[in-house]
Design a protein around this ligand. Sequence first.
Ligand SMILES: C[S@@+](CC[C@H](N)C(=O)[O-])C[C@H]1O[C@@H](n2cnc3c(N)ncnc32)[C@H](O)[C@@H]1O
Length: 404
Amino acid sequence: MLATQKQYVQWLENKDGNETLHQALWLSESNHAPPARIVLVDDKTTADDAYRLACEGTSLLWRGDFHNARQLLQALGRRIDRTNERSELRKVKKAANKSAADKSVAPKEIPNLFHQQRQIQAQRARILSRLLLELDANYVSQLRRAPDVSAACTVAFGQLDKELNESCVLSFRDLQGVLGAAQWREKGVPIESLGLSIFPHYGVFAPTRHEYVQLLLDAPLPKVHDVAYDIGTGTGLLAIILAQRGVKQVIATDLNPRALACAKENFTRLALTSVQLQQADLYPTDAPLANLIVCNPPWLPAKPSSPLEYAVYDANSKMLRGFLQGAKTHLAEQGEVWLILSDLAEHLQLRTREELLGWFADSGLTVKYRLDTKPKHGRSQDDTDPLFAARSAEITSLWCLERV
Ligand SMILES: C[S@@+](CC[C@H](N)C(=O)[O-])C[C@H]1O[C@@H](n2cnc3c(N)ncnc32)[C@H](O)[C@@H]1O
């Protein structure tokens, strides 16, 4: 576990009148640096005091009742939202409404609004992540009314070194993420149009917005479809669709080891023997040319701010462009590329349609046809979202590309 270098946190704790220095392993899924200043808080700490300390950059190690920590987190969230309503977020919303009403302002304003909104969200996440809890070397919490989180943490972070018997400290928010992921993994995400469920792992893109599945079911397979690649397979969903549609050999790749483990488990559950997995940056090595290459890349050209965001954000469209540039050399004669891509980046003015079409042409590819679908997920319907105008206009497409 914890392939990266170990980092530690320290704090002073008073027991029986003696103040001693404590140390624990630092676990952070968002790659936040270990907090420099930690104070102990418990049920007697007021939400206002906790909020003030967290805003000042002090981390709060919880020593009270487990469920009260959850309530404190909610109270902190409310305070952050109230402050945002009064300041930054209000400005963002005002500018967004102006943009929506006055189309001439939109092109300049919208990318700024998007980046401002991300900054506000990142700041919110930073403050909330300052509420910490300690777990022992078996991921057991000694807090009152603490649930059993040990299995979920072991699955997400791997075993801690039992011989060292080190406790660890993580943010309460990361723990909530781990527990939520454990539920997805147990219950699965039902994909109605396929009549099956997909079981995402912690840290792997969960296909909860899966309108694009129907696009992959509707697109006619190329006449010869012996070999297909699924680039950036995540849970393995697209590879499963191709295998179920009768592609004889599917080779699925991903950079994220958690995705590979997750896809493997999903293939095994479905007893799929025609799918192989490779850890690769984009294309598989030592593989036959493909009659079909599918890819659902991260769709927003912006810098990911944590490992969990790598499935959504792609700085400078590096993956998308690398995928397109490499396609022709991996494609068999008469082969097709199916690129699944939302146009939200275009509505947010982060990419133009002309740029996208230019990248197709520069890669020696041309559009054979395109299938479109309209996302129905919550954020596309939420008119209180500052970026509602862009989100409600979003279309997800399957671009079928072939050699020029
Ligand atoms: C939007 S998710 C799509 C996952 C899955 N194909 C689906 O449709 O549900 C994008 C995936 O691409 C993977 N990825 C990002 N950059 C990659 C790269 N350079 N090479 C391979 N996979 C990559 C991410 O780890 C993530 O699993």
